[in-house]
Design a protein around this ligand. Sequence first.
Ligand SMILES: Cc1ncc(COP(=O)(O)O)c(C=O)c1O
Length: 383
Amino acid sequence: MNAPAAMPHVMNTYGRLPLALSHGRGCWLWDTQGRRYLDGLGGIAVNTLGHAHPKLVPALQDQIAKLIHSSNYYQVPLQEQLAAKLCEISGLSNVFFCNTGLEANEGALKIARIIVYEKAFHGRSIATLSATGNPKVQKGFEPLVEGFVRVPLNDIAAVEEVARTNPNVVAVFLEVIQGEGGINPTRWEYLRDVRRVCDERGWLLMLDEVQCGMGRTGKWFAHQWAGIKPDVMPLAKGLGSGVPVGAIVVGDKAKDVLGPGNHGTTFGGNPLAMRAGVETLHIMEEERLLENAATVGAQLRAGLERELAGVKGVKEIRGQGLMLGIELDRSCGELLQRAAEAGLMISITADSVIRLVPPLILNADEAAQIVAILCPLIKSFLS
Ligand SMILES: Cc1ncc(COP(=O)(O)O)c(C=O)c1O
């Protein structure tokens, strides 16, 4: 790859590919050298509406020209508008707005904390890092926040054991589909069992839907496939379709835990972010993007399964809607660059899992193109 200038003044915290993106349209991106890429990554499950959406752009331009930021000293009508919509689609009752996923989780952990999961990822602040179940990202930041009990995913006996032996537990906190941990879905029956244990014990069920929520799986929220409701649900990523918006959506049991002075953030709920959220949800409904995520997600998955059937080294293809993972039997970090060179954006997570979290506007033809670019790369990598 022909690298653009490096970034010597920016702290070196990411392993970046030697390319810089300049603009996008729909599910396509262009770099500063004029090369085009199909976006299978969506800015890591963020660009719900793709790039430069023809309805979102003018709405944001209109908002920027009116008011970008005011302050939570005052009422912000767009906050109420977005909160009401989030309550309508989740069946919950109240919302606190922040800016990122870790902030939403940090707020959730101020409401309650205790049972967390192996391979979980909740963010990189000290508290959310402590809840995260990945020793690699925790290393070097000890002492971590205490008060978490960790259990494996999809093992209800482990939760029941904690219920029997630990009287200090007040909540269970998990991702419905683990993202960074390698696209690991929670079984719907397991989720219903966890809900039951929480109800029996008076615990709060807190579901991190930062990555798997906002329509990605084909329903507004992934837990809705299990027919249950959480008490606390942190959101971010896709909520603003690229504009940073975080939210903690809570039900009756949790809505009064935090009161005036207990929690806050300068930028949270600013008019620009709220307008992005309101318009994103509106456009998602208008363009039937939940149905699209389910249908095109199934087509993408079927294409991957067809092309990779029987390929030695492909362990599993899993996920829901447009949140898919292909697990290989070996580390595959180098596929990130190889895919970019072939004109496709993907990500690699948990070392050996190829993650696809494209914009929810992906169409069938683009899904077929992802399959056509990615599968030969995987095959040649494994051979
Ligand atoms: C499930 C989950 N929770 C929280 C976070 C943290 O979000 P942010 O990077 O916006 O702080 C992430 C980010 O990948 C995530 O996948």
